[in-house]
Ligand binder design. Structure first.
Ligand SMILES: Cc1cc2nc3c(=O)[nH]c(=O)nc-3n(C[C@H](O)[C@H](O)[C@H](O)COP(=O)(O)O)c2cc1C
Length: 273
């Protein structure tokens, strides 16, 4: 099975692709020209790194993908200082306006998040975007129902002492689950995939980090995730494809307030050897 093609007219035999391939599938022929033997093509993870790092743009994938080049200006487009300020000013947003985020904008963010790393380049993450704010309110209602069950049950539950004030807040007209956000992004994947949880968290982290550049705020929806993992009524409401489970969820929308300062955090706990 052929996975990549190397253009012999432009390849300079620099060997970068052979060094870069994470599974060492690219080897030199008798003249030092790199190639991937057909019989090992099946092991290619389609990560595209040979294509990405080739200085001569000589490698084209044979699998279905898109290829784009990076201009010199884009290559150096962000300084350490800029990324530091950008990332440090990310905050969990729990106050949203009612403005609906256009689907095109959400698709742009997802188009960035799909480039996040995944184990063996498996790309297992699927997205369910709850775009209808009424449906978000329904998810909150069902989650509170789940919390009432925890409160009223004789059985022990790790949230037993936490749920009563959340239920009271809901009954007082607040939304302690999705904080009145107009939308929720749910990353889901096949239940049997042992890497999917980590891959989904990474993909959601990318979503979270990209969002402020689009004037959006986000917040991880931990309670919603827990309810979606154990409450049959919420699982039914989400109606994911057979064999797939919620990996994590994130609320998002236009923030009501602007971030003005960066709060303190613990120093990095590091040891060196
Ligand atoms: C895995 C995870 C789950 C979370 N779940 C919730 C949640 O259910 N509700 C909420 O209001 N915040 C939730 N948060 C947000 C944290 O409370 C928040 O990240 C933390 O207080 C630090 O604040 P910052 O995000 O503004 O830096 C969650 C964060 C993470 C990482």
């Amino acid at each position: 099975m052929k996975s990549i093609l190397i253009n012999p007219d432009t390849c300079t035999k620099c060997g970068t692709c052979m060094e870069i391939c994470p599974v060492n599938l690219i080897v030199p022929d008798s003249e030092g020209m790199p190639f991937m033997p057909d019989e090992v093509g099946v092991f290619c993870t389609k990560c595209g790194n040979c294509e990405a790092f080739c200085p001569e743009d000589s490698i084209s994938p044979e699998f279905n993908t898109t290829h784009s080049t990076i201009s010199e200006e884009e290559r150096h487009g962000i300084t350490p200082g800029q990324i530091g300020v950008y990332m440090r000013q990310r905050r969990s947003v729990r106050n949203y306006t009612d403005e609906i985020v256009k689907r095109e904008k959400i698709e742009e963010i997802l188009d960035i998040a799909r480039y996040s790393p995944s184990g063996m380049n498996n790309q297992p993450v699927h997205w369910l975007i709850i775009h209808d704010p009424e449906e978000v309110r329904e998810l909150t209602r069902i989650s509170i129902d789940w919390m009432r069950g925890i409160r009223d049950s004789e059985e022990m539950h790790p949230l037993k002492t936490i749920v009563p004030p959340l239920i009271s807040a809901y009954e007082a007209g607040k939304d302690p689950i999705c904080h009145g956000a107009p939308h929720v992004a749910i990353a889901y994947a096949a239940e049997e995939n042992p890497m999917a949880f980590t891959d989904s968290i990474i993909a959601l982290s990318w979503f979270e980090l990209a969002a402020p550049a689009f004037d959006l705020g986000t917040c991880w929806a931990g309670f919603l995730k827990m309810a979606a993992s154990e409450y049959p009524l919420l699982i039914k409401e989400l109606d994911l494809p057979e064999g797939h489970i919620v990996q994590y969820a994130m609320m998002f929308g236009y923030p009501m307030y602007k971030v003005r300062n960066i709060p303190g955090r613990e120093p990095a706990r590091v040891s060196w050897k």
